[in-house]
Design a protein around this ligand. Sequence first.
Ligand code: GDP
Ligand code: MN
Length: 381
Amino acid sequence: MKLHEYQAKDVFADAGIPTPGSALATSVDEVVEMASDLGYPVAVKAQVHVGGRGKAGGIKLADDAEEARAAAEDILGMDLKGYTVDKVLVEEAVDFTDELYVGVTMDRGEGKPVAMVSSKGGVNIEEVAEESPEAIARVHVDPSFGMHPYQARKAVYDAGVPDEVALDVAGVLQTLYQLWEDRDASDIEVNPLMVTADGDVVAADAVMNIDDDALFRQPELAELEEESYEDDLERKASEYGFDYVRLDGNVGIIGNGAGLVMTTLDLVDYYGGEPANFLDIGGGAKAERVANALDMVFADPNVDAIVFNIFGGITRGDEVAKGINEALDQFDEIPKPVVVRLAGTNAEEGREILNDELVTVEETLEDAVKRSVENAAEVEA
Ligand code: GDP
Ligand code: MN
């Protein structure tokens, strides 16, 4: 579960990390009103679950009411990488001299959390990570001891953070680690952590993702979840009980089982296509679930073609095939070409049941994926 910037900033501020004064707004008038309460200049920031909002035009600075109005008009309602912006954070603009990066995540290779610090924070941190990884200092933490103060100081020193804020940054890093542990975060990040002209540090951005499997013991954070569904499809997926992740491509992918879906994603990529989503309908894929999954993927405007990869186990292939037929019968015309690959228990019966006027049936996964990639390319052409 992802928190919005404004939600994560509340959590950070409660833990003692300095954040700019701010307010959430959903209309242009509200933005102008809140900006004048906060005092100019302000930053107007889209609250959607995407990174790189700055570069995509989702963040604007305003020096007066006229500029605030213009910024709000531009950002509210805009489409930011597939998400419609319906709320913005209005925030005191920070007068900064440096942009730092601090974050905590899980290093699966080491089997330990890792804290990271860089003095090259800001909108280009991905490039920094790729081109000069040595500019990001890392320290692994043994979760049974927590982060020792000297570890935080060493990371800050290694990163070459300006002396006058070094201890403050070390303090922020320790607080972030503690939050990561206490709140069951999977990732937590402040980028940029701004160094102000007065020599203070302020969290100008905030990222906090919570481990879904731990939400049951984070009731306060779980409550924020409804609010944080930006995307109708993600909300739908959660209602249906599907595991769903939206991606950037145009080939819709449905399967029963996480590994099977991952394999399908890899193959779509291998054959030159781009996956539009990860959608695992889980075991026991009865007709209704199949129909719900198809509905979801049909409803995604980015999807041009669909590949359905089913391995019949406890749920038999014929059962799934009936589900697909039933789901497709609801449509006068199939909105997007569907390719089905059925294997496992009763696969042959299933393939016979499938209405091949409505779907293309392929025996192998490779053929099914290739066909769906071709279908998508044809729609695009
Ligand atoms: P992201 O692009 O989604 O990561 O959004 P950020 O909140 O990190 O903002 C991107 C960039 O906008 C920052 O690196 C800053 O350069 C700039 N920015 C954001 N907030 C402020 C602010 O309060 N004052 C100033 N001067 N710049 C800001
Ligand atoms: Mn950022």
